[in-house]
Design a protein around this ligand. Structure first.
Ligand SMILES: Nc1ncnc2c1ncn2[C@@H]1O[C@H](COP(=O)(O)OP(=O)(O)OP(=O)(O)O)[C@@H](O)[C@H]1O
Length: 963
């Protein structure tokens, strides 16, 4: 039979000289395979590299020596090791001695394996929540001469059976029972409908004692003689059965059913378990005879750390079962940990099993050795239907406890229980050039245009570098064997000298040492490419030069040195890549604090779109929620709320939904959870890519990104030009023009006071003609109805109840400013009697109000300051009218501040206590006229200054506006 490469490696390593182990290169040569293959397989097998293997053997040897001979000298040790064929340097020996206590602890733990405590150590929580009850169990079992009968109580699925199993192991290990002694278990619930049968199974019966009793038959009590009998669900044992058990517990005597004289004896240690309240479900006289009661704490009372360990352990078990590498997204782990389980640990275990089984089935077609379980995978399993535990403190803690991604080791040796979450290693073999080329062709297929293609690639490159950085920050070191074998030593030296030189020049730079390794590997690849005359294309070169100019310059210096050393010419495109590494070299805090994105759509549209975007941009944060047609909206709402809680990092969530019934999903999530949301009422791939890119590069806060997207989409809708000389109108449509059209009109009027609306019936034969006439007289903002009249040049919008409140409509209406003055005032933007220390503080404050309310774009603040620098905006009477550029205004408004104390406004130190800030779009000039009227009137100004509340000012100004 042919043996696999893994088996060959394992065999070679098993048989190697432990003091002089084989390097990956040695093994590769003897197997005639690539060194990278050996390195990868060795890691899969969980075997350390040759240097670490050697060190472990030597440390153990030294510890042995120290325990045999107290205080051996250095030369004694080196001599002894030499005899065994192990040569080590003095510096390694020093390092081992410096850390002797660490090594002692490390290896003494291993040595003590097999001690009696181990029978309980397979229980997760044995060092935490279960410590007390383990002590109780041990005390109970060690009680002479044969332990105490014990009752284990706890909720269903909490681990009572497993705990009883551990007690049996402990009894064996401590010779309380002899090896090979019976361990009989009986679940009394299995016979709950037939108490007679239960008694006969338990105690045995005499031939003829009941119909069907054809032979004398021993029961479980006899079978468990000299061992342990575990009676699960003991509350199902009928009172008669409990009474028989008294005698057995008191005197060790019992009779089989139907026997009157023949008293039998059995030496049995009873372990019983129940989920019920023992006061009401067991006879008092029986309870009194069970001296030890052990209560297993419910899952709810266990710590987050313990819950994480449990969930990881169950994923590990599945990994071992399927023989596949499992990548479990941190969000998935969070969801499993935070969920409230009625069925406790048992339920957690089975839900993880179902999730893995589903992922396994999905994977069969792909025949990959890896399974990635993302949040989208668990949505189908309805695991959110029972709610999660969302105290904010646990949310914060869990995010710090769970790393970005969880990697379950491939068939690890200790297959049942693993205690640690092991994070994924960065794969150094991937070639960035190739990745970018592949991506480029994939994106081209999407037809998104040259600029967007570059933008997507940029996100991809940034993300790839961020991953390298975060790996380096979390100290996932590149295996030193890998570096030695992969990279030319000359190059490693050159790079590290260059970097230390950089550091010498600028001592403030803190360097990510691990990035050095990545950089060396990358440069090695680059040199190879150049020597093989392969082109290097960096589609983002311009962007890199612009955004990382400093790093680009440093990269050029390094390139000069490499060019000299290797006699090659390195193209600028490559310098761009090196600049990215230079940026990564500087230590930065990696945060994962970005806005969440959730896409909701019917069928599988959402998940298909997300999978395209994830693949394309190498990101993993947009979440798809597919909605089966038969699922009720309430269920979807609940599910979405739970998911929103998991993915929110405090920066809010952007929803995409194209279904009328779910357009208000963002509002519902906000109300129920306090998470800030925005909803885009459309689901298409280009908009989604745009959003992901903006979110990824943290282009701005949620509102900024939302309005940017809506505005760019709005610009698309505005293919039909508007004419400012004509009044604007909205046309509402229904079949007759008298039913729904009128209702729509009314709701529009309620929401947008003063808007002009015309209702028309679709059955009107001259519909097209009528529309044409309206168009001659008006600017038609939109036709809203239930049926599309399909008339060229008309922006038709399908009516839904949510439409009226939607931002989209609001934007549409305000853009054309039917009569902007009616809507410009907002009480929240009238600030009364506030104290500011300076003009700068006031401008900052007003800008944040405007920006948070989505009135202005991010750039507004700069234009506001620039305007002030140009010339003062002071007008007489202690008033100032600061203002930014109309191009950065989303929606016209008037912001008013009445200051409690005067502040200096300009170079001439004129003081102001009243601010009117007109925030105006190009075509909303009318507001300026109104404002002039206010500022010119001494009476109006003095009334405003006398006002005590924003209500009063609002009223005053509304009257002027409406005149
Ligand atoms: N502390 C633990 N560490 C690891 N696995 C655990 C632990 N507790 C419970 N389990 C696992 O959870 C599952 C349920 O546990 P178990 O069957 O022992 O619970 P139970 O209380 O006996 O349940 P029931 O009341 O339903 O009989 C089992 O697969 C068990 O291996």
């Amino acid at each position: 039979m042919e043996i696999s490469n893994e088996e060959r490696i394992q065999k070679i390593i098993d048989e190697e000289n432990k003091y002089n182990p084989f390097t990956d290169e040695d093994i590769a040569n003897s197997m005639e395979v690539l060194r990278e293959t050996v390195t990868n397989l060795r890691k899969k097998l969980g075997i350390p590299n040759s240097r670490e293997r050697k060190k472990e053997v030597i440390v153990k040897e030294i510890l042995n020596l120290i325990s045999r001979e107290k205080n051996p000298s250095n030369s004694d040790i080196l001599e002894e090791l030499k005899v065994m064929g192990a040569k080590i340097s003095q510096s390694i020996l020093d390092e081992i001695f410096d850390n002797l206590s660490f090594y002692k602890e490390k290896y003494s733990i291993e040595n003590s394996s097999g001690n009696s405590e181990n029978s309980f150590s397979k229980l997760i929580g044995h060092e935490r929540s279960l410590t007390k009850i383990i002590k109780q169990a041990q005390a109970s079992l060690l009680y002479p001469p044969f332990g105490l009968s014990t009752l284990i109580i706890g909720e269903s699925g909490i681990g009572k059976t497993l705990f009883a199993d551990c007690m049996y192991d402990f009894a064996l290990e401590n010779n309380i029972i002899k090896s090979g002694s019976p361990y009989i278990t009986l679940n009394c619930a299995d016979y709950a409908d037939n108490p007679q049968l239960l008694l006969s199974i338990l105690y045995g019966y005499k031939k003829g004692s009941f119909t069907g009793a054809e032979d004398d038959t021993p029961g479980f009590v006899e079978k468990a003689n000299n061992g342990i009998l575990f009676l699960d669900e003991i509350h199902r044992l009928p009172p008669k059965g409990q009474e028989i058990l008294f005698t057995l517990l008191d005197k060790g005597k019992f009779r089989r059913l139907g026997e009157t004289y023949n008293e039998r004896s059995a030496k049995v240690l009873f372990l019983c378990a129940t989920t019920e309240n023992i006061e009401s479900s067991l006879l008092i006289s029986f309870r009194r005879r069970i001296p030890m009661i052990i209560s297993i704490p419910p899952l709810e009372d266990r710590s987050l750390e313990e819950k994480i360990e449990l969930a990881c352990n169950f994923f590990q078990e599945e990994c071992n079962r399927t023989n596949l590498k499992l990548f479990v997204d941190s969000k998935v782990l969070e969801a499993f940990v935070l969920k409230k389980y009625q069925g406790n640990i048992g339920q957690m275990k089975s839900e993880i099993k179902v999730t893995c089984a589903n992922a396994y089935v999905d994977n069969i077609g792909r025949k990959s050795k890896e399974i990635h379980i993302g949040l989208n995978d668990i949505l189908y399993n309805n695991i959110f239907s029972e709610g999660l535990n969302f105290e904010s403190s646990s949310m914060i803690k869990i995010k710090t406890l769970i790393n970005d991604k969880v990697f379950m080791p491939y068939m690890s040796e200790n297959s049942v229980i693993t205690k640690k979450i092991i994070t994924e290693n960065y794969e150094i073999s991937k070639d960035i050039y190739q990745q970018i080329e592949e991506k480029y062709y994939e994106i081209k297929k999407l037809n998104v245009g040259q600029e967007e293609t570059k933008n997507i690639l940029w996100t991809y490159v940034l993300n790839t570098f961020n991953r390298i950085e975060s790996d380096a920050v979390s100290n996932k070191e590149v295996d030193s064997d890998d570096i030695d074998n992969l990279v030319d030593r000359k190059l490693i030296k050159l790079v590290s000298e260059f970097v230390s030189c950089l550091q010498d020049k600028n001592s403030r730079i803190e360097i990510n040492k691990n990035i050095l390794n990545h950089l060396s590997i990358h440069l090695n690849e680059a040199i190879k490419r150049i020597n093989f005359k392969q082109v290097i294309i960096n589609p983002n070169l311009k962007k890199i030069i612009n955004e990382y100019n400093e790093e680009y310059k440093i990269a050029k210096l390094l390139v000069d040195r490499i060019e000299k050393e290797y006699q090659i010419v390195i193209p600028d495109d490559e310098v761009g890549f090196i600049a990215m590494y230079m940026k990564a070299l500087k230590k930065t805090e990696i945060t994962d604090e970005r806005i969440g994105i959730i896409i909701l759509s019917h069928g599988k549209v959402a998940s298909e779109m997300v999978s395209v975007v994830n693949k394309l941009m190498n990101v993993d944060f947009p979440i798809a929620i597919d909605m089966p047609l038969n699922e009720s909206p309430t269920k979807i709402f609940e599910r979405t709320i739970e998911i929103a809680k998991i993915i929110d990092n405090g920066n809010g969530i952007l929803f995409f939904s194209d279904m009328g019934s779910l357009l208000n999903i963002g509002d519902v999530v906000s109300k129920r959870t306090g998470i800030k949301t925005r909803t885009i009422d459309r689901v298409d791939i280009v908009t989604l890519i745009e959003a992901v890119r903006k979110v990824y590069i943290s282009e701005g806060a949620l509102d900024h990104i939302y309005f940017n997207i809506v505005n760019s989409r709005y610009a698309l809708c505005q293919t039909y030009s508007t004419n400012q000389s004509k009044p604007s109108v909205i046309v509402t449509l229904c079949l007759t023009g008298k039913g729904l059209a009128v209702k729509i009109k009314q709701s529009l009027l309620d929401a947008y006071n003063g808007i002009e609306i015309i209702t028309i019936g679709m059955m009107n034969e001259k519909l097209a003609e009528k529309m044409k006439l309206i168009k001659q007289k008006y600017n038609i903002i939109a036709a809203i109805g239930t049926m599309n009249p399909n008339i060229e040049g008309i922006n038709y919008i399908q009516y839904s109840e949510d439409l009226i409140k939607s931002k989209y409509l609001e934007l549409l209406i305000n853009k054309d400013s039917i009569d902007v003055r009616k809507n410009v005032l907002n009480k929240d933007l009238i600030i009364v009697d506030k104290i500011f220390k300076s003009k700068a503080e006031l401008l900052d404050y007003t800008y944040s109000l405007l920006y948070n309310g989505c009135y202005v774009k991010k750039e507004y603040i700069n234009s506001l300051i620039q305007r002030e620098d140009m010339n003062t905006t002071y007008v007489k009477g202690g008033i100032a009218i600061p203002h930014g550029m109309p191009a950065y205004v989303n929606k016209t408004t008037l912001l008013i501040v009445k200051l409690k104390e005067k502040i200096n406004w300009d170079k001439e130190c004129r003081k102001v206590d009243m601010i009117f800030m007109p925030v105006v779009k190009e075509n909303d000039i009318k507001l300026i006229n109104t404002l002039l009227k206010i500022v010119k009137s001494v009476d109006i100004v003095s009334s405003i200054k006398k006002s005590k509340s924003n209500e009063e000012i609002y009223k005053l100004i509304s009257e002027i506006i409406n005149k």
